[in-house]
Design a protein around this ligand. Structure first.
Ligand code: MTE
Length: 327
């Protein structure tokens, strides 16, 4: 991972990303428990226990209290999380992003929030980092290709940002548009997808507390190959919904086109909720391979859970919908 630092990788200085909210929360907690034997234990438990190799600036988050946000499953190693990636702007091989994403310049960086909102605004990334206290969320990520990981993300609910821009009554969907810069992203010269990579959610999905605006993982700022400096993580949907390196968030009245749906509409739907009962036209979605487990390609596959295991939290969003038709 040395190359991230050695080849002109730009990132926030630790003072830029001091998570003031986390610090204050922690202080409140300690004050509240001061004098009790529990204080030390509670303070320790409130701080993320997971940390990366320390090559990137720290970005701690308080353990999330959002229901479902802290799966107890074994974490996928930092090495696997950062070397087995899908980020087609850097190539289609799983190792390409880890090798090439050092070319991504993450400062200066802005995210334009626009469309059907009362308060459109272009946020500087360092302002976005301070918008709400950072939380650690341990999510399963299930790729449509049939593999999965368990990743300790750092970020806050996208709803925190949405509330501040005040969607109008016409806002029914949210579109996410990511960087497409040939100079920094060699894959954008290829025609594998329509660039820029774009994704979309229904407004109520975007507002769901589990929908994360992610700024880091393993207690450190986001590695470039995982979608620095800011990405989406929607844990109950196939991984491709979780757009990396976002530059624009647009509120719209109609379901927006998405890169994968445009590329192969019969294979990738707008909803893309993880669903073991609906096969991809070319393979089954009933089971998954957990990356990093002993046995490699021959390891026993795990059953895939409806909504990737987040059914209790998100199934009500789809009450009455035919999920075979709305795949
Ligand atoms: N975002 C962009 N901009 N470009 C991509 O190619 N790939 C998606 C998603 N977000 C992709 C993207 C897919 S298919 C998956 S499975 C996840 O990112 C992978 O995230 P990870 O590499 O951090 O595990």
């Amino acid at each position: 991972m040395h190359f991230l630092k050695d080849r002109g990788f730009t990132h926030a200085t630790p003072s830029d990303i001091t998570p003031r909210g986390v610090y204050e929360q922690r202080r409140q907690l300690i004050k509240g428990l001061a004098g009790t034997a529990l204080a030390g234990i509670a303070a320790r438990d409130a701080i993320a226990q997971t940390s990366g190799p320390g090559k990137l600036p720290a970005l701690p988050g308080a353990k999330s209290s959002v229901p479902g946000a802290m799966t107890m499953e074994k974490l996928t190693s930092y090495t696997d999380v950062t070397s087995y990636n899908n980020f087609y702007e850097y190539g289609t091989d799983k190792a390409d992003p880890g090798r090439a994403a050092h070319m991504l310049k993450t400062r200066p960086w802005t995210v334009a929030v626009e469309g059907e909102v009362k308060k459109p605004k272009t946020f500087d990334i360092d302002e976005l980092l301070k918008l709400s206290p950072m939380e650690e969320r341990i999510y399963r990520l299930r790729c449509v290709e049939g593999w999965s990981m368990v990743i300790p993300w750092v970020g806050y609910s996208l709803a925190e940002l949405i509330k501040r821009v005040e969607p109008t009554g016409n806002a029914k969907f949210v579109q996410f548009i990511t960087l497409a810069d040939k100079a920094q992203m060699p894959g954008v010269r290829s025609g594998v997808l329509d660039w820029p990579y774009s994704e979309g959610l229904r407004l109520d999905e975007a507002m769901h507390p589990l929908t994360l605006l992610g700024f880091g993982l393993y207690g450190e700022v986001m590695p470039n190959q995982n979608g620095a400096p800011v990405r989406l993580v929607v844990p109950w949907k196939y991984g491709f919904k979780s757009a990396k390196s976002i530059v624009k968030i647009r509120f719209v009245d109609k379901q927006p086109p998405t890169s994968w749906q445009t590329a192969a509409p019969q294979e990738y739907g707008f909803y893309s909720n993880v669903n073991p009962a609906v096969d991809h036209p070319r393979w089954s979605q009933a089971t998954e391979r957990r990356i990093g487990e002993a046995g490699g390609l021959f390891a026993k596959r795990k059953p895939t859970l409806p909504f990737n295991g987040y059914e209790a939290q998100v199934a009500p969003l789809y009450a009455g919908m035919d999920l075979k038709k709305n795949f």
